[in-house]
Design a protein around this ligand. Structure first.
Ligand code: NAP
Length: 436
């Protein structure tokens, strides 16, 4: 059995490829079932975020299993594998484990150390359990990833400082507004007419950062106005006007800075829409949706500056160096967590031998118990029989406890193989499944 991850991320693929492989929560069950339908795929889970799509699997045979995952990705994206392959990474076993732990810790994120990724890893774990696509191995691995992410946030300084894609988006706005004034620096947003489209988690973070960057008020547009009102109520110090999404045209005509962060699957702003409006002379659009909320055809429209998640690199690079030093603190912790998982995994090698030994001892126990009971005659009470049964089981469990613990304990592989060989020889353990 092999643990693998196949995926793409902001490090390997541009947003136009990533958005084709974005899997919404409501379609996750079907996707997991399609993966699991291949008999090479023993366990599967999918991490789908704005910056990555990663498929973690336990495969029967690595090569045939990877073919199944490749076919799934190609069908899901509608892209030929030849087109997709240059954007994909594949890691096996130790590297796959290490990668997942880095991802959960926020060390592979575009904004180093951002916290949303841990919620997304938790979601992948929950969906894998709910849709029964994971078994004991990925269950253990994902559990370890979640606890690693939590440890990194509590035991290092990486979690301090409210960094997120949204905070980077607000910084990008500050930079672009500054550049519009001939300055290469982050400026206050106090002169901007700002709108935020969408009222979910990312919009909440946008409001948080806008408030602290000088913004004097926001028009918050959402499909469901009530949700926008609930969100606005959490920002008593920031004037927020809540509007239905059908007022988007008015907002695009009157605002100078518009953020989009909806989970819409198709663009909600495109060139055709912008061109028919009687707009202000300059409009800055910042889209953090994936799939993108703003079509790429708006590029080049006079007076419009449009940016998507990939453009956040520009501001992220500015403060990444300081965070990289903090990230180094987390590396030791990741190694420790990764070692723990791999030791547990190595210990699984002993399971077939332990099971055979347990079955052999169980057969002996059963035979000897029946002999003893028949010798004791029919007068034995039901309670006495139960006591005898429990006694015999107790002896077997006590005998097995120490060798099983020793076999599964962390140790060099060679040492475990020798111990397993000795047990097989001394107890003449039969291999009940010689072809597997
Ligand atoms: N979560 C992250 O860490 C993260 C990071 C970077 C980027 N993003 C991207 O940011 C976007 C929003 O993510 P989120 O986590 O904030 O989502 P969320 O909490 O689930 O909120 C979704 C928002 O999108 C709106 N929406 C959904 N479908 C829509 C449609 N067809 N037309 C118009 N509005 C629609 C919802 O409106 P209603 O209230 O009416 O349902 C809601 O305001 C996504 O594209 C995501 O990929 C997320």
């Amino acid at each position: 059995m092999h643990i693998t991850v196949v995926g793409l991320s902001h490090n390997t693929a541009p947003v136009e490829i990533r958005e084709r492989l974005s899997i919404a929560e409501h379609t996750m069950e079907v996707s997991l079932q399609r993966l699991r339908a291949d008999d090479q795929v023993l366990e599967a889970s999918i991490l789908s975020t704005c910056n990555r799509l990663e498929i973690y699997t336990l495969l029967r045979h690595p090569e045939q299993g990877l073919t199944a995952v490749g076919t799934f990705l190609s069908e899901q994206s509608g892209l030929d594998l030849v087109e997709l392959t240059p954007h994909l990474f594949t890691y096996h076993h130790e590297e796959a484990v290490a990668h997942l732990l880095r991802v959960a810790a926020g060390l592979d994120s575009l904004v180093l150390g951002e916290g949303q990724i841990l919620s997304q890893v938790k979601k992948m774990f929950r969906l894998g359990q709910e849709h029964r696509s994971i078994g004991p191995i990925l269950n253990r691995l994902l559990n370890q990833a979640v606890s690693t992410g939590k440890r990194v946030r509590t035991e290092t300084n990486l979690g301090t400082g409210a960094v997120s894609i949204s905070s980077a988006a607000v910084e990008l706005a500050q930079l672009k507004v500054g550049q519009g004034r001939g300055l290469d620096e982050l400026v206050s947003l106090d002169q901007e007419q700002v709108a935020v489209v969408g009222a979910g988690r990312m919009s909440r973070l946008l409001l948080q950062h806008l408030g602290s960057k000088g913004c004097r008020g926001v028009v918050l547009l959402n499909r469901t106005v009530e949700r926008a009102e609930l969100l606005a109520a959490d920002f008593p110090d920031l004037p927020v006007q809540c509007r239905p999404l059908n007022e988007l045209d008015h907002c695009l005509s009157t605002c100078s800075l518009v953020f989009t962060s909806t989970a819409a699957e198709d663009p909600i702003i495109d060139a055709e829409r912008l061109n028919r409006l009687n707009r202000r002379s300059s409009l800055l659009l910042i889209d953090i949706g994936v799939p993108r909320n703003i079509s790429s055809d708006v590029q080049g429209i006079d007076g419009v500056g449009a940016f998507d998640v990939d453009d956040l690199q520009e501001v992220v690079a500015r403060n990444q160096e300081a965070r990289r030093e903090i990230a180094a603190e987390a590396e030791g912790l990741l190694e420790e967590e990764s070692r723990q998982f791999l030791e547990w995994w190595d210990g699984l090698e002993a399971v077939p031998v332990v099971n055979r030994m347990r079955r052999q001892l169980e057969d002996i126990r059963e035979q000897e118990l029946q002999k003893a009971l028949s010798r004791m005659g029919p007068d034995l009470s039901a309670r006495d029989r139960k006591v005898m049964e429990a006694l015999s089981k107790g002896i077997i469990n006590k005998i097995l406890h120490t060798p099983v613990t020793n076999l599964r304990a962390p140790q060099p592989r060679q040492q475990r193989h020798v111990a397993m060989g000795v047990l097989e020889r001394l107890f003449e353990l039969r291999d009940e499944n010689p072809d597997s």
